[in-house]
Structures are given as C-alpha cells and as structure tokens.
Design a protein around this ligand. Structure first.
Ligand code: FEO
Length: 395
C-alpha cells in the first residue's frame, strides 16, 4: 500500500509483464496496473478491486495491511474483470459488506458472480459520508461500460476516475510528475484512441458536466497507470481536445497491404505526391505494424489513404479487419482514399473506398487500381493523386 493523500492509499497491482489486453485485442508494450484505493476514515472504504489472476495476492495484502473485517464498504466503479475480478474472493471472506455501485453495476455483478449481495445503488448526486471525507458519486455511463462510476472525494480534492484518464502503463512511480512525460502521453492517447475513441461525444458532455460542478481538484486517480498529481487539469484538457470529432495532428497516414510490392509502390508514389505539396505523412504496412499502434496513427491523421491488392475478389486479411476496426472505433471527419493492385477481377480498391465512406470518412478521390504492376504512367497518376489529396488537406 502507498499513501497518496492523508489516509488514502493505493492498494493495486503492478502488472509489468502484461503484453496484451482485452484478450489479444490491445497491445500493452509498457505493461499496466490495476489501481485499487483504500480510504481509512471513520469508515474504511475499498474502491475497486484488481484483475482476477491477482485476486489471492490482493486479498492477502488487504488482510495483512487493513484486516478484511475492518472494511466497512466496497465501491465498485466498474465490474469489468480487470477491476471487479477479485470481488468474488473478497466477498467470500466478508459477505455482508455493503457494495456501492450503479444499477447497471449491480446487474453485471450478479451476472458475473451469481450472487445477490448487499447492494447500495448510487447515481449522480448521491454521496457517502466517511467522516473527514465524503464520496460524491458521478455516473460515467459508457466510459467505458454501462456501469461506470466516478467519485469526487470531498475533503481530499481527489477524483477517483476508474478507466477515464487512465493508461496501460507500468512505471517506476505512481505519479505523473515522477514519470517520463513522453511515455505517459504515448500510453494515454493509445488508451483513448483504442478504448474510449467510440465514445467521444459522451466524453465531451461528461467533462463539461464535471467542469460545471466547479470541483476543487488537485489529483485525478484512474484505475490504470499513473495518478495525475501535477496539473491534473491537463488530462481533462487533452480529453476535450481528443474528443473533438475533427481532432488530428496534421499529417496523412498511408497504410498498404501487399503481396509483391505493387501496392507498396503505389503507396510510396502517393507519398511522393504528398511530399511534393509539403504535406506531412507516415507510411505503414497493415500486416506488420502493431494494430493498436496503427489505430493511434489513424486517430492522429487528417487523411486515411488505404491500399490492398485484390485476393479472392476482396482485400487482404489485415485490411479487412482494419476496415472493421475503423468502423468500430467510429473514425470520422478525415479524408480517405482506396487504392491497390490486382490480377484480374480488381475489387480491393473499390471495397476499401466504399467501406471507408460507409464508416463516415470523406472520400477525396476515385478509388484507383492497377493491373499486376504499376507502369510509369500509373506511378505518375499515384503521384498526382497524392498531390491532389495534399491540396484538399491544405484547403
Ligand atoms: Fe479497465 Fe473497462 O476496464
């Protein structure tokens, strides 16, 4: 346990070895942490647990450091197993302890654990007096599940935010002011782009709602990664920027999927056209670039230029799943263009263009396909397309 404020302790788990999360969906190059917090006031309250594989250590540590029988209440901000996973073992030991959660939270707990414990349903505006401190509850529906909840700890100027403002990051310190800022922001934006990206309008409204409460905040403690102790408003400001549906960092991303380099040659020619017009870009191979990192590049881009050669009347497998992911993450308000080589039927570039348009991106040029291998004229046309896209980006 580590004290983060007077009588308020971090009692989570650092998972240095975590390389993937959500099954194998999300890469976590810098591990993660599952942050649980304990407030020792007149009432002793545990806020969130940790992921199921760590439940024995978590419960043992609580027994040793606090004494399970001394826990007066448990707040479950979010039942997803990385935070709620140890609840079953904990409740086996202290089954009468009241659980504070949202209505959706109670339903999800019952489904996961098959138990009807002593639930106290809370909603925005409800509070729990602890003595010196008071927990003020704020519902955070869909950030990141229907059950999500946040507390403002009155008397401590502390927000306990669960997934919001978190990062899959395992560092040497619990606090942002003792952490490499570059690494921290790489992980914060990756978390946002991959997990919270589909919920941007909700995030904007929720931050505006929290701002309107005029809370005096000097620390934001999420359930993953480091705690925002120095200038915690910075992550609220960044979330507002990232939630803007038009957010981009002023460069195009070219992503290609290739068998014999024809589509790659097209990608590089398009890049040449962008460069001639002074537009910044990045190029990636869809099959070899880490998908979660690629999602971040798409999130930051002002244009998504996507190519695949045709196989079996469709696109290559990495491109097919990337198109699904772009739709699922609700990537919008970016220019888009589909291209690729083919042997005989030639569907891929058209499928890409159609799917990007269906996802809500703005098609900025007719899809372009070349048979087998681009000729010098076709390479020239790719360069022209790149120049034309750059001109549209510059407005
Ligand atoms: Fe960290 Fe939505 O769980």
């Amino acid at each position: 346990m580590q004290e983060i404020k007077k009588n308020i302790y971090w009692c989570g788990i650092r998972d240095w070895g975590l390389g993937v999360f959500h099954g194998h969906e999300l890469s976590t190059h810098r591990g993660s942490s599952y942050n649980s917090y304990l407030i020792k006031d007149k009432k002793t309250v545990l806020i969130d647990t940790v992921w199921d594989p760590y439940k024995e250590k978590f419960v043992e540590d609580l027994e040793k450091n606090v004494g399970l029988k001394n826990i007066d209440a448990i707040v479950i901000n979010h039942v997803e197993p990385d935070h709620g996973g140890s609840l079953g073992l904990l409740m086996d030991r202290i089954p009468e302890t009241p659980i504070y959660c949202t209505k959706n939270g109670a339903e999800i707990i019952k489904k996961y654990f098959g138990k009807d414990w002593n639930f106290n349903i809370v909603k925005t505006g409800d509070y729990l007096e602890l003595g010196e401190y008071k927990l003020n509850f704020v519902e955070m529906q869909m950030l990141h599940w229907p059950d999500s909840l946040l507390e403002y700890v009155d008397g401590a100027r502390l927000v306990i935010s669960n997934d919001a403002f978190g990062q899959h990051y395992c560092g040497t310190s619990l606090f942002n002011d003792e952490t490499d800022e570059c690494e921290l922001y790489q992980e914060a934006i990756k978390y946002f782009a991959n997990i919270l990206g589909p919920f941007k309008p909700l995030i904007t409204r929720k931050i505006e709602q929290i701002s309107a409460m005029n809370l005096d905040i000097d620390m934001i403690a999420p359930s993953h990664g480091v705690i925002w102790r120095k200038n915690p408003a910075q992550i609220l400001e960044r979330y507002l920027e990232w939630s803007d549906l038009s957010y981009n960092e002023g460069y195009a991303v070219i992503i290609y999927d290739t068998m014999y380099n024809s589509t790659k040659d097209m990608a590089e020619a398009i890049a040449g056209g962008l460069e001639e017009e002074g537009m910044k870009f990045k190029i990636f191979n869809a099959a070899t670039k880490d998908r979660s990192d690629l999602n971040v590049e798409i999130f930051k881009a002002n244009a998504v230029i996507l190519g695949s050669c045709t196989v079996n009347n469709s696109v290559l497998r990495p491109t097919a799943s990337l198109l699904d992911e772009i739709k699922g993450l609700k990537v919008k308000n970016k220019l888009a263009f589909g291209f690729g080589s083919y042997g005989w039927s030639g569907e891929a570039h058209k499928i890409i263009s159609q799917k990007l348009e269906e996802s809500g991106l703005t098609i900025c040029a007719e899809p372009f396909g070349v048979k087998y291998k681009p000729t010098s004229e076709e390479i020239e046309k790719c360069i022209e397309i790149g120049k034309n896209i750059a001109k549209q980006l510059k407005g």
